[in-house]
Design a protein around this ligand. Structure first.
Ligand code: PNS
Length: 178
């Protein structure tokens, strides 16, 4: 029996060291940009844990449970190759959660230079807290370089068209909430 969560058995029955990454965020809601990053991450990692931050001080559009359901739903439709994509939520320090899940890396998407400063600050703080954990920055397709959950919500709430920015199921669930 394999007891170390980092070890897995490949198609030839051989043990290998599984590359596991955490993709943390609010995902309120998940956008096509997030899905693009997940697919790119799948080329680098054997397992990606999408970790939704539980933020007690924030009033989200979708509850954590709803975001989990939506993510599980949209992930059924995306090409993951041989990668396992898991949806979870976490509270507290990200580095602690990553250590608990025996992850090798944190994946974050960077859309523009404006994201870089905040992301660099977080990556360096996380490195200070846990030097063995790497942060991997990935760039989404140009088509999603301006897409954010915050803007999607704003445009939607003001009656604008968000088709193509989020999966259809997200748009549908947003309409049901209105
Ligand atoms: O999608 P977001 O809201 O930009 O994601 C931000 C997130 C969840 C990655 C960040 O807020 C985070 O990691 N929070 C967990 C608390 C923590 O570890 N803080 C120190 C980070 S340097």
């Amino acid at each position: 029996m394999v007891t170390c969560p980092r070890l897995a058995v490949n198609s030839e029955g051989l043990l290998f060291n599984m590359r596991r990454a955490i993709y943390p965020g609010s995902f309120d809601p998940v956008t096509n940009g997030h899905l693009d990053i997940i697919q790119r991450g799948c080329k680098l990692f054997d397992e990606i844990i999408i970790a939704i931050l539980i933020h007690p001080d924030k009033t989200p559009f979708f509850s954590v449970q709803e975001r989990k359901e939506i993510l599980a739903d949209v992930l059924k439709d995306i090409e993951q190759g041989g990668c396992t994509v898991v949806v979870d939520s976490f509270e507290g320090l990200l580095v602690q959660y990553a250590a608990d899940r025996e992850a090798h890396a944190i994946v974050r998407g960077i859309r523009a230079i404006s994201d870089y400063e905040y992301e660099l600050q977080m990556a360096l703080m996380n490195r200070r807290l846990e030097p063995s954990l790497e942060t991997v920055f990935m760039m989404p397709a140009e088509a999603y370089s301006y897409v954010s959950s915050r803007l999607v919500k704003e445009v939607f709430q003001l009656g604008g068209n968000i088709a193509g920015l989020v999966p259809a199921v997200v748009e549908e669930r947003m309409r049901q909430k209105k």
